[in-house]
Design a protein around this ligand. Structure first.
Ligand code: PHE
Length: 344
């Protein structure tokens, strides 16, 4: 029986030695040490032995069992460690790897330009009108009539207005100047407001013209406002927006709602004044129209032109953005080509 034990012991040892995983070890344990394992089968026969043999064989069986348990445990710990190391290696997190890329949204260049213009004008004392005083769908009353543009006036055609079928006299506004009327009907002087927004004109689309674009309207009405104030505010605006270096010119012009009127040009940034397709060969780009509020307009909204005077201006946001960022085609703002938008 002793010999049997020794034999099983050495079989078990060689099985342990041959094991390559924790799984293998579990099988070895089951084969030799479980309740139905080979040792238990032998221990069952102990009762047939003499007391003396029972003791020595029993002791030997116990010792072998103990040794096997130790050997299994040692091997188990070794496998556990290597398996753990392999797992850790496999699941290692490289904290130096870049994170997952999520593209970041940006402010559209026209929005950025609008924000910049608005904040410059705010710093000069103007405040932005309420949204309801600056609707894009407008009546002819605000877009034309009250701005001293009678129904047979060519200016209605000049601006290539989009008329709607919503109701008679409802148009997509062709200019932000209607905001002047909204404000003056609601509020008495002193008035110092600006109104940024989109306007629509039925134009042939090309590098310089789109059938909608953006304006920022300005209106200053108070006692003793003069053309000098107009020039002062607009020159200061241009100086802040462009820096002192870019030449500008005030050209005498005509608008039905201002008298006298002027158009302000900035030297073309694309050609430096030599003439190119952006400036239609003139070397200048018109950025705003302006003038002293016509007495008829003031009368219309119940403001006495003998007491109050004012100036108004309207600037083109696209023009100002094109000059700032050297963009040579207005259509780029509206194509939503990410390669273009990304640059800002
Ligand atoms: N509304 C004019 C335009 O769209 C610009 C302007 C505004 C001119 C205010 C004078 C005063 O051309």
């Amino acid at each position: 029986m002793k010999a049997q034990l020794e034999k099983i012991y050495s079989d078990a040892q060689s099985d342990i030695a041959k094991s390559t995983s924790i799984n293998d070890l579990d099988e070895v344990r089951a084969k030799y040490l479980s309740r139905k394992g080979e040792f238990n089968e032998i221990k069952k026969n102990l009762k047939n032995l003499s007391d003396e043999d029972k003791r020595t064989v029993g002791a030997l069986a116990n010792e072998i069992t103990k040794n096997l348990e130790l050997a299994l445990k040692a091997k188990h710990d070794e496998f556990y460690q290597t398996e753990l190391n392999a797992k850790l290696q496999k699941e290692r997190i490289d904290i130096s790897l870049p994170g997952q890329f999520t593209p970041r949204g940006k402010v559209h260049p026209l929005t950025a330009t609008t924000n910049e213009i608005v904040s410059i004008l705010q710093s000069l004392g103007f405040s932005v009108v309420k949204n309801e005083n600056s609707p894009e769908v407008e009546t002819e009353y605000f877009n034309f009539d009250m701005l001293n543009i009678p129904s047979d006036h060519p200016a209605r055609d000049v601006q290539d207005t989009f008329f709607t079928k919503l109701a008679p006299n409802v148009v997509l506004r062709s200019q932000t100047s209607g905001a002047q009327i909204h404000v003056m009907e609601e509020q008495k002087p002193p008035i110092r407001v600006i109104s940024p927004g989109r306007v629509y004109r039925n134009e042939n689309i090309n590098a310089r013209k789109n059938n909608f674009f953006h304006q920022i309207e300005g209106l200053y009405v108070d006692k003793n406002i003069t053309f000098g104030d107009l020039k002062g505010v607009l020159n200061e605006f241009i100086r802040i927006y462009f820096g002192a270096s870019r030449p500008t010119r005030f050209r005498s012009s005509f608008f039905p709602f201002t008298e006298p009127s002027a158009e302000v040009d900035v030297q073309c940034i694309m050609c430096g004044g030599k003439g190119c397709k952006t400036c239609s060969g003139t070397g200048w780009l018109e950025i705003l129209g302006a003038g002293m509020v016509d007495p008829n307009v003031l009368k219309g909204v119940g403001i006495d032109p003998e007491v109050y005077t004012g100036f108004a201006f309207g600037m083109g946001v696209e023009r100002l953005a094109m000059l700032k960022y050297a963009i040579d085609d207005i259509r780029l703002f509206f194509n939503n080509d990410v390669r273009f938008l990304k640059q800002f």
